[in-house]
Write a protein that binds this ligand. Structure first.
Ligand code: AMP
Length: 485
C-alpha cells in the first residue's frame, strides 16, 4: 500500500513525499482510514511506529476545510487539541504538524510548562487551529482564560498510558470537561491497562481498535544483549564498550537524575563526550543537549525515563540500560528509541546481580529470554574492581510532572488515597530475592526473532508492578505549582 491509496489530500501527499516517505507504516495504514471517516480510534502504538503521522495526517485532512489565511483571530479557533505527557513529545508532535501541514493554511502552537507563559499567550491570542499541549500548562491557560476550547472537534491523547503514569488523570478529566461533547477523539497508548480502558470508555464513542505489533517490531530489528556486571564496574564497562566498538549516538538510561548527571560527568572525564538530559535541566539545556547529540557533537546522551519520553532521534543505533528499569514496560519504551522505522538497533543492558529480578520481569513481559553475557574478558581485567554497589542507583528517583517522586523506573508513586500500597511496597522490595519465576516460558529456548512475540498480549494489570511498589507514606506535600516534566 502507498500513501496515495489512503485518500489523503494532495497537499498532504506532497508534504509526505518531501519527507521521502512512500509507504505508510502499519499503524498509519490502519489508523488513517477510520480517522478520515470521522471515527474514534483507540490505538496501541508506541513512539517509533510512525503513530504521530498516523493521527496528524488525517487530522490535517479533516481540518482542511477550515484553512484560512485571514489574520483575524476569530477565524482561527482551536479546533484540534493534542495532549502529550512531556514537553519533548509536545514539541515533536508540533514539528510533525508543521511538517505535514506545510502546504495547508492551518496554524498550530505548542504549550508546555517550564518556560514563560507570555509568548504562549500571545500566540494563542493570535489564533491557532491546532494546539499541542501538556496537561499542566494547558490548565494554567484555561485558568487564566487565555485559551478557549469550546470549538475543539478533534482530540488526541498521545502516550495516554504515560500521562496516567505521571498522575495526569485528574488534569485530563478537567480538560475534557471543557471540551464540546460532540467531537472526534483518538487515544494512543503503548500499553493497555484497566485505567486506560476506563479512560477510553469515557472518552471514545464506538472506537475502532487498532493494535500494531510494536513489540514485535522492536525485537525484529533490535538486538538485545545483557551484560552481567558488578554495579561498581558498570561505568568502566560502558566506557570500554563505547571506545572499543567506536559507538556513536548512544542513548543511556539511568533511573535517577543524580545518577544520570554523575554518569555523564564521568563519561566525559573518561574521554567519551556525554551530556545528561532530565527534568532538572531547563528546557533550553535539554533542547541543546538533544541537538548536540543529534548533530554528533556528543556521543552519549544520558537520560532518565521521563526526559527521554517521546524523544525522536532518527537512526539511533544504541540504547544502553545503565540501570535496568524497575518496571518492565519501561524497557519496551527505552528500547523503542532504537530500531525505529525499520532500522536496526542494539539494546545493551548492564545488569548487576541485584537487578536480576528486573531482568526476569522484562523477559516475562516480552515473552523471550534475553541473551546474557557472563562476565568475561573485561571482568577478568578488572579483578580489582570494588565489589558491591547499591541495589538502587544513587540519588532520588526522577520526579514526575506533578512533583511526585517516582519509582525506580521513573514512574509516579501512587496517590495518597491508595491505602493498600504500603504492604505491597514492603513485599515488592523485601522479597526481591524471592523464589525464581516458575513461568514455563522460561524453560523454552531463547528465540531471537520476533516469532515468539506474536503471542504477546496486552499487559495484564498485575504485570504493571511499578505503581504498587512504593508506599504512599513517602509522598511529599502537594507541590505549590504544577510544572510539566
Ligand atoms: P513516531 O512513532 O511518530 O515517533 O515516528 C517514528 C519515526 O518514523 C519518525 O522519525 C518519523 O519521521 C518516521 N516515519 C513516520 N512515518 C514514516 C513512514 N511512513 N515511512 C518512514 N518513516 C516514517
Amino acid at each position: 500500500m502507498s500513501f496515495s491509496d489512503l485518500g489523503l489530500a494532495p497537499e498532504l501527499l506532497r508534504a509526505i513525499a518531501d519527507q521521502g516517505y512512500t509507504d505508510p507504516t502499519p499503524v498509519q495504514a490502519k489508523a488513517i482510514p477510520p480517522i478520515l471517516q470521522g471515527q474514534d480510534v483507540m490505538a496501541a502504538a508506541q513512539t517509533g511506529t510512525g503513530k504521530t503521522a498516523g493521527f496528524t495526517l488525517p487530522m490535517l485532512h479533516r481540518l482542511m476545510e477550515f484553512a484560512s489565511t485571514s489574520v483575524s483571530p476569530a477565524r482561527h479557533p482551536v479546533r484540534a487539541l493534542i495532549l502529550t505527557p512531556t514537553r519533548e513529545l509536545a514539541a515533536q508532535v508540533q514539528d510533525s504538524v508543521k511538517t505535514y501541514g506545510k502546504y495547508i493554511a492551518l496554524r498550530s502552537a505548542v504549550v508546555y510548562g517550564g518556560v514563560h507563559i507570555d509568548p504562549q499567550i500571545a500566540e494563542l491570542r493570535a489564533g491557532v487551529e491546532i494546539l499541542v499541549a501538556t496537561p499542566g500548562r494547558l490548565l494554567d491557560h484555561l485558568g487564566q482564560k487565555t485559551v478557549n476550547l469550546s470549538q475543539v472537534q478533534f482530540l488526541v491523547l498521545d502516550e495516554a498510558d504515560r500521562m496516567l503514569d505521571m498522575g495526569f488523570l485528574p488534569d485530563i478529566k478537567r480538560i475534557l470537561s471543557t471540551l464540546p461533547a460532540k467531537r472526534q477523539s483518538l487515544l494512543f497508548s503503548a500499553t493497555y491497562s484497566d485505567e486506560i480502558r476506563g479512560l477510553a470508555k469515557q472518552l471514545l464513542t464506538n472506537p475502532v481498535s487498532i493494535e500494531v505489533s510494536q513489540r514485535n517490531s522492536v525485537v525484529d530489528t533490535v538486538t538485545h544483549l545483557v551484560y552481567k556486571v558488578e554495579a561498581a564496574a558498570k561505568r568502566d564497562l560502558l566506557t570500554h564498550l563505547i571506545k572499543s566498538r567506536d559507538m556513536r549516538q548512544v542513548l543511556v538510561f539511568c533511573n535517577t537524575k543524580i545518577g544520570a548527571n554523575r554518569l555523564a560527568y564521568k563519561l566525559d572525564k573518561d574521554g567519551v563526550g556525554a551530556a545528561a538530559i532530565h527534568s532538572d535541566r531547563t528546557q533550553g539545556e535539554r533542547m541543546q543537549a538533544l541537538a548536540e547529540f543529534k548533530e554528533g557533537k556528543t556521543k552519549v546522551l544520558v537520560a532518565t525515563d521521563i526526559a527521554a519520553r517521546g524523544l525522536d532521534i532518527e537512526q539511533l543505533p544504541f540504547v544502553v540500560n545503565f540501570d535496568l528499569p524497575g518496571s518492565p514496560e519501561d524497557y519496551v519504551h527505552r528500547i523503542g528509541r532504537t530500531g525505529r522505522a525499520g532500522m536496526t538497533g542494539e539494546a545493551i543492558s548492564l545488569m548487576s546481580v541485584e537487578e536480576q529480578e528486573d531482568l526476569a520481569a522484562i523477559e516475562k513481559l516480552l515473552r523471550i529470554k534475553l541473551p546474557v553475557q557472563e562476565p568475561g574478558e573485561f571482568a577478568r581485567e578488572r579483578v580489582s574492581a570494588p565489589r558491591g554497589g547499591s541495589r538502587r542507583p544513587e540519588g532520588r528517583p526522577e520526579r514526575s510532572a506533578e512533583g511526585r517522586p517516582q519509582g525506580p523506573a521513573g514512574r509516579s508513586e501512587p496517590r495518597r488515597e491508595d491505602p493498600v500500597r504500603r504492604d505491597e511496597h514492603r513485599s515488592a522490595y523485601s522479597s526481591r530475592a524471592a523464589a525464581p519465576s516458575t513461568d514455563p516460558l522460561f524453560s523454552k529456548p531463547y528465540i531471537p526473532s520476533g516469532a515468539a512475540m506474536e503471542t504477546v498480549k496486552p499487559v495484564a494489570p498485575s504485570a504493571r508492578g511499578s505503581k504498587k511498589q512504593i508506599a504512599a507514606l513517602f509522598l511529599p506535600p502537594a507541590p505549590a505549582e504544577k510544572q510539566d516534566a
